[in-house]
Design a protein around this ligand. Sequence first.
Ligand SMILES: Cc1cc2nc3c(=O)[nH]c(=O)nc-3n(C[C@H](O)[C@H](O)[C@H](O)COP(=O)(O)OP(=O)(O)OC[C@H]3O[C@@H](n4cnc5c(N)ncnc54)[C@H](O)[C@@H]3O)c2cc1C
Length: 412
Amino acid sequence: MEHFDTLIIGGGPAGLMAAIRASSLGQKVAITEKNHSLGNKLLLSGKGRCNFTNAESDMDIFISHYGENGKFLYSAFSKFGPLRTREYFSHIGVKFIEERGKRIFPKEGGSQRVLDALLMQCRKNGVKIMRSNPVKALKVKNSHIDFIITENDEYSADKYIIATGGKSYPKTGSTGDGYDFARQAGHTVTDLYPALVPVRTRETWPKLASGCDLRNVRVTVIADGKNVAERFGEMEFTNFGVSGPIIMDISRFIPDWQKCDELQFSLDMKPTLTPEILTARIKRDIAKHSGHGRFAGLVRSLVPAKMVTLFLELSDVPHDKPTDYMSDEEIADTVTLLKDIRMNINGLWGFGNAMVTRGGVNLDEVNPSTMKSKLCDNLYFAGEVLDLAGPSGGFNLQVCWSTGYVAGSIIE
Ligand SMILES: Cc1cc2nc3c(=O)[nH]c(=O)nc-3n(C[C@H](O)[C@H](O)[C@H](O)COP(=O)(O)OP(=O)(O)OC[C@H]3O[C@@H](n4cnc5c(N)ncnc54)[C@H](O)[C@@H]3O)c2cc1C
């Protein structure tokens, strides 16, 4: 049976970073990967452009993006945080640029450039990469992994790192196997939910505006009449509900509120305008087109073209009503619709469409400064398999770089 100093299960960003770190310390390292190619999900990231970290420089703000569990990351970030990540990638030939929202992307070459750079480091350091070699089970005895069984063989190591990712986008190879391995080693896994995922609504009318991108809108989540979250930015309607950056971000928290009797989105299409200002604007518009204005024409001046059909459907005012004859009540209803379109949340799309998994290996059972299991003496974790999920913006890959680096380090 071949023996390694460090054996890494899973060749995604976390596994690759762990391998580079361990091999740079002189260890004999292997990655065993289920697929023939490594980093399949990394290649999809940022629509192929790979938003690999975020330039937010305030560590507390950075960490607040991960919610309650974020505090687990302080130690790993102090060793290999966002700044060091940028320096490291620059050092291995991935120059970067900063875009809106402090998102960091490779200047050229996108995800493929990032993956190539990581694979090059593995090659340089002599990491053995075993492709098409899925791990089937861990052989654990007395809180110690004796060896692992893969489809092709059995291997042993002084140290094992589980870096199998979550269970979102399973077609990339991340099918949640790591959770079973963690359980085999005595760990608990918190409830798993798809996150950064489109949301289904009970209403079917969003399909009337499917593909319509709305910019600079505000979405509020209302749970049993109470506002529980609010986001400002871009969203879109889909055939089954809503999606886009602010919806995907909010989706991470929806499981927390799903026990409510009534869970709704309120969409404000004109968040910077008060109802009074909007009313005055509509009245000005009506006066301007006096004698020939119709309600449909007024709507066209208020919402994006792809949204007009939906807006007319939701309004009680007849499409061809002359605007001169609109009552104050009809004007008020139009303003209300612009400021508060209600949708009932009917659940999340599944793991197949989710960018990340919320939930994972219970962080109470992992040492945050080493990523070492507290329950199994030669087991470590890195990446999305841990119970850490951030918003979009480079936060999820940062978890992989930081926890991968720390897991691959040697404890003195
Ligand atoms: C469409 C999309 C876009 C994204 N864009 C971004 C972005 O721009 N920025 C960002 O920060 N995050 C982004 N993410 C999230 C980010 O890609 C993930 O958080 C990250 O890939 C997780 O890395 P990981 O190494 O933990 O796991 P993964 O990337 O999931 O890699 C795990 C690896 O383990 C292998 N594996 C699984 N089971 C076994 C087994 N039994 N034996 C051997 N190998 C196994 C898998 O085949 C896979 O190669 C995106 C995700 C998606 C789906």
